[in-house]
Design a protein around this ligand. Sequence first.
Ligand code: NAD
Ligand code: DAU
Length: 365
Amino acid sequence: MSTSAHTPRSLLVTGGAGFIGSHLVRHLLAAHRDVRVVTLDALTYAGNPMNLADVQAAHGGRHRLVQGDICDGALVARLLAEHAVDTIVHLAAESHVDRSIDGPLAFVRTNVLGTATLLDAARRAWAGRADVRFHHVSTDEVYGSLGADGRFREDTPYDPSSPYSASKAGSDHLVRAWGRTYGLPVTITNCSNNYGPYQYPEKLIPLMVLNALSGRPLPVYGDGQQIRDWLYVQDHCEAIWLAATRGRPGETYNVGGDNQPTNLTIVKTLCHILDELVPLPTHESYEKLIRFVQDRPGHDRRYAMDIRKIAQELGWRPKETLETGLLKTVKWYLDHPEWVRSVHSQGDYTGWLEKNYANRSQSVP
Ligand code: NAD
Ligand code: DAU
């Protein structure tokens, strides 16, 4: 299968102060000495300049962090022109499903309107050029939920369940429309659940680690038998780079870790890692903190990605195993208390869970 090579020189990475974006910026500045990067990030609760502090120290001459909103078309147009940007990697988004249940409109604004604003600025700035690329970072959640069998393929029909996933589905459609209508060279990756350092502790894995360390309950939604396809964030960054530089314009590539444990298995595994690394004085397991709580509304039951297309066309495979990745991740949170403090100073998110928490809670049998 033929691929289409694109050589970025000047990149605009949106959402680069967030979890995945900061790993991507670090990865590409370290691996590609001839690229420059402008990070555009609104620095919402999820964006943290500390995520890029080491990048700034190591590669400050080739990296600039601009605080700004992707919905600001004039700002985006100015950055594209001033920095002669030839590649946009778009990650900026409202990313947390629970928050989208509480306040969906912020998701529609950033994820749908923000994506359209970027696409249109790119179309105008690049007018007909082929030596440019708009790469959109999306999610497996656009496909909805799987039953007992099967995996999501790139041609699986969209069937999103949450305001978050519906807004990401909308953004994917916009990207394809700008590709087909205006000839904008676009690529999309739809990826499964990421984990690793710098993930905001509203998401399952860091929330469980930090709650356990402070003796707080570990809230497992519903019966904990939901399945996600976990991928170490560094593997995702390599897939994004490959798709943006060697993927065929107009194509979508599914990315996943080929790991499908239940949520309860993930939580128990984290407890066992902590039992080893930071044993409780009573020698009990952190599992004693597990509580089953009311399920998330519209909760998708199972995700699993078919990654044959990106493997065959671009030679990508995940490198990290779930076992080694989880251990590295827990150790990172233990070793970075100053980062944890900086994140907690913005206040913990409790959201709809807090409202329902009292209704149903029971420790693991
Ligand atoms: P994150 O919440 O950690 O980071 C999002 C970043 O976007 C933050 O830095 C935030 O400040 C910034 N942002 C939000 N609104 C903005 C706006 N209006 N203008 C400019 N910047 C804004 O999210 P993440 O987990 O790093 O996810 C990054 C992208 O990858 C998202 O598009 C998400 O949908 C997608 N994705 C995430 C996962 C995952 O498991 N985390 C999996 C697949 C795809
Ligand atoms: O699949 C990719 C998606 O993964 C990304 O597009 C999203 O941006 C990212 O947030 C993530 O979405 P999830 O909803 O799957 O992630 P979260 O970490 O919130 O939840 C993972 C699973 O764990 C999910 O089934 C809900 C469950 N859960 C989550 C939390 C926060 C719990 O049981 N308890 C919790 O406290």
